[in-house]
Design a protein around this ligand. Structure first.
Ligand code: SF4
Length: 233
């Protein structure tokens, strides 16, 4: 599998202390992306699944407080066959698994039986706007969200808030989400930062992306009015 970064973090990408692998390649081109080095499928280090599995097994003592292994990106599902094989092996070994995905894979449901904790991004409720800023519309993302709501599986929806790009209409998000059964769904807002700005080799297009506190407060208020559960990590 192609990996461009790995490391441990606590409760940032799933429960407990986790070994997080950043998988190479992404089908989106978000203009605010903080890991642009992860976009190109041709880059990254190729590591055999057996080596990764062995590394995860050897790290078991580190998975305290309900931790385990998380696969993020780039976009984790770009290597879905290999990912599925590894997730299945980890599950069989009793290791807690999580993925963070942009939600655009039509094959997402194939790996979900081996995912204990699902984090899925939802960047814009308006498909044309999403396409404008990321190169991809939200049809499949919606389908995946709705499928998870119907099946009642746990899902953690992350909404990156970028000033002027998706912050004008919190109702647009909340109205859509609340049309579906969100019993097992939680929502998190991530505010824009510029950690990745220096990594961009081409022009960095976000201007004034920082989100005022009042905007976040408004999003929280609106979501709570719709009965949606908010979490922070
Ligand atoms: S989906 Fe994530 S990794 Fe892919 S371009 Fe967007 S922010 Fe970057």
């Amino acid at each position: 599998m192609k990996i461009f970064n790995k490391g441990f973090n606590f409760r940032q990408d799933g429960p407990g202390n986790r070994l997080v692998y950043h998988l190479q390649g992404c089908n989106m081109r978000c203009i605010w992306c903080s890991n642009p080095e992860g976009m190109d499928m041709c880059a990254g280090k190729d590591i055999p699944i057996s080596v990764l599995l062995d590394e995860c097994r050897r790290s078991k003592a580190m998975f305290f407080s309900g931790g385990g292994v998380t696969f993020t990106g780039g976009e984790a599902t770009m290597q879905i066959d290999e990912l599925c094989e590894l997730l299945r092996a980890l599950s069989e070994d009793g290791i807690h698994t999580a993925i963070e995905t942009n939600g655009t894979s039509k094959r997402l449901s194939e790996i979900l039986p081996y995912v204990d904790y699902l984090i899925m991004d939802f960047k814009h409720y308006d498909s044309d706007a999403l396409r404008k800023y990321t190169g991809v519309g939200n049809k499949v993302i919606r389908e995946n969200y709705e499928k998870n709501c119907r099946s009642g599986r746990q899902q953690h929806i992350r909404i990156p808030l970028v000033n002027g790009i998706n912050t004008d209409n919190p109702e647009g998000f909340a109205q859509y989400f609340a049309q579906h059964d969100t019993e097992n769904t939680v929502f998190e807002f991530l505010t824009y930062h510029e950690y990745g700005k220096e990594k961009w080799k081409t022009e960095y297009k976000v201007q004034n992306g920082f989100v005022p506190k009042e905007t976040v407060k408004k999003f929280v208020e609106v979501f709570e009015n719709y009965g949606l559960k908010i979490i922070t990590t």
